[in-house]
Design a protein around this ligand. Structure first.
Ligand SMILES: *Cc1c(COP(=O)(O)O)cnc(C)c1O
Length: 406
C-alpha cells in the first residue's frame, strides 16, 4: 500500500464530503438507506455466521470475502447503516471502540508523523496516544481543547491528525469541530472526533467539519450493555486504509456481535431521546437537593459550555455528574445505597450506571490533580438509562439521605 509519503511530507486531507442525511435518525437506525427486498426475504438482517465465502475459482485476492477483512455481509450492512447515520461516505465496524481508535491512528500516521490531541480523553485512548504511538515513531502533543490557539501552536510540519472527544468524560465539556475544521483543512490535516458520548442522535461531527468520527459502539449504539464493538465513519479513502490495518492487525467484529449492534441501532433514537430527557430532569432535580454541591450537565445554564451545547447538540446527552458536599465518604454512601441504579463503569445502556471516577477512569491521578481537572472529592458520574424517571428520583433521593448520614 504505497500512500504515505507524498510531496514535502504533506498529504491532502482525507476529504470527507458530508453526505446529506436524507432520512431521520429513527428511520435510518431501523432501515438504513433501504435495500431491494423481495417477498420471502427476512425482515431482520440475517447473521451470516461464516468465516469464509465461495470465491471465483480464477479470480485472485481482489474479490475475496473473509470475515477478518470486514467484508462479511452482516458487517457491511451495519457499517452502511452507521455511515448513513453519521452522514459519511463510508464506515467500518470493528471489535471494540479501542480497535476503532487504534486503527484510525495507525491508518493516518507512520513513523515521523505527529498528532495533536485533546488532554480530555478516555483513559485507554490517552494511553494509546501517549504510549503506543510513540513506540511507532509518531509524536503526540496534548493540548487544552478549549482554544484554537493551543491547537495552532502545537502543529508541526508532519502533523497528520487533530483529535478530541465530545462531550468529555466525566465533566461533559463540549467542543465544536467547526472551530478546528478550517485549521485542519488549511494544513491538510484530518480532524478526528470521538463522538461516543454524543451518539449520532445528538451530534453529527461531519456536519460541523470533522473528517472522521469514532464511536465505542459498546455504549449508546449497542445500548444494552451486552456488546463490545467500535466504528469509524469517514471518507471511502480513510475507511479503505483502516480496512487494510484491520486485515493486518485483525480486530474484526464477529458477525453475531455485528448483528447485536444492528439490533441496538433500531432503537438508538428512542433510547437516546429518553436518556436526554431523563438526564435533563435529573440534573434539574439534583440542583435543588440539599447535600449536592454541584451538578455538571451541559443542559444546565451553569455548565461552562451550555451555550455551545445549545447551539450544536440536538440533545444534551445521558450522562451527568454530581459533586456531594460530604466528599468521598458521602459519594461512597450514596453509591452503596442505590437500589435501581447499578454501580458499574460504562454508559449508554438502558440501565442507569453510576461510577466514581476516582475509583475507575481517574485512579492514576492524585486527588489534587483530579480537583484541578474538575473532579473534586465527592464526584459521582451518573450514566442515565431509560427507566421511569420517578423511580430514579426516588432511588437517588434515598441515596442522598444515606450520603448525608455517612
Ligand atoms: C468506552 C470508550 C472507548 C473505548 O471503547 P471500547 O468499546 O470499550 O473499546 C473509547 N472512547 C470513549 C469516549 C469511550 O467511552
Amino acid at each position: 500500500m504505497a500512500k504515505k509519503r507524498r510531496g514535502a511530507g504533506r498529504r491532502p486531507p482525507p476529504e470527507a464530503p458530508e453526505v446529506r442525511r436524507t432520512r431521520g435518525p429513527s428511520t435510518l437506525g431501523i432501515h438504513g438507506l433501504g435495500r431491494e427486498r423481495e417477498p420471502g426475504d427476512p425482515v431482520v438482517l440475517p447473521i451470516v455466521q461464516s468465516a469464509t465465502f465461495l470465491s471465483d475459482p480464477v479470480r485472485g485476492e481482489a474479490g475475496v470475502r473473509y470475515t477478518r477483512y470486514g467484508n462479511n455481509p452482516t458487517q457491511i450492512a451495519v457499517a452502511e447503516k452507521l455511515a448513513a447515520l453519521e452522514g459519511t461516505e463510508a464506515a467500518i465496524v470493528l471489535a471494540s471502540g479501542m480497535a476503532a481508535t487504534a486503527l484510525t491512528f495507525l491508518a493516518l500516521t507512520s513513523a515521523g508523523d505527529h498528532v495533536v490531541a485533546s488532554r480530555l480523553l478516555y483513559g485507554w485512548t490517552h494511553r494509546f496516544l501517549a504510549e503506543e504511538l510513540p513506540l511507532r515513531g509518531v509524536g503526540v502533543t496534548f493540548v487544552d481543547p478549549g482554544g484554537k490557539r493551543q491547537w495552532r501552536e502545537a502543529l508541526q510540519a508532519r502533523t497528520r491528525a487533530l483529535f478530541f472527544e465530545v462531550p468529555t468524560n466525566p465533566t461533559l465539556r463540549v467542543f465544536d469541530p467547526h472551530s478546528l475544521s478550517m485549521l485542519a483543512r488549511e494544513h491538510g490535516i484530518a480532524l478526528v472526533v470521538d463522538s461516543t458520548f454524543a451518539s449520532p442522535v445528538n451530534l453529527r461531527p461531519v456536519g460541523r467539519g470533522a473528517d472522521a468520527v469514532i464511536h465505542s459502539a459498546s455504549k449508546y449504539l449497542g445500548g444494552h450493555s451486552d456488546l463490545i464493538a467500535g466504528v469509524v465513519c469517514g471518507s471511502r479513502g480513510l475507511v479503505d486504509e483502516i480496512q487494510t490495518k484491520l486485515k493486518l492487525y485483525g480486530p474484526a467484529i464477529d458477525p453475531h456481535a455485528a448483528w447485536v449492534l444492528d439490533r441496538g441501532l433500531k432503537t438508538l433514537a428512542v433510547r437516546v431521546a429518553r436518556q436526554n430527557e431523563n438526564a435533563l430532569t435529573l440534573a434539574g432535580w439534583f440542583e435543588e437537593q440539599p447535600g449536592v454541591k454541584q451538578v455538571i450537565y451541559p443542559g444546565l445554564p451553569s455548565h461552562p459550555d451550555h451555550h455551545l451545547a445549545r447551539k450544536i447538540l440536538s440533545g444534551y446527552g445521558g450522562v451527568l455528574s454530581i459533586v456531594l458536599e460530604g466528599g468521598d465518604a458521602a459519594a461512597d454512601g450514596f453509591c452503596e445505597s442505590l437500589q435501581v441504579a447499578l454501580n458499574a463503569p460504562s454508559l449508554g445502556g438502558v440501565e442507569t450506571l453510576v461510577s466514581q471516577p476516582r475509583l475507575t477512569s481517574h485512579t492514576t491521578f492524585t486527588s489534587a490533580e483530579r480537583s484541578a481537572m474538575g473532579i473534586p472529592s465527592g464526584f459521582v458520574r451518573i450514566a442515565v438509562g431509560t427507566e421511569d424517571v420517578e423511580d430514579l428520583i426516588a432511588d437517588f433521593e434515598m441515596a442522598l439521605n444515606a450520603a448525608r448520614a455517612a
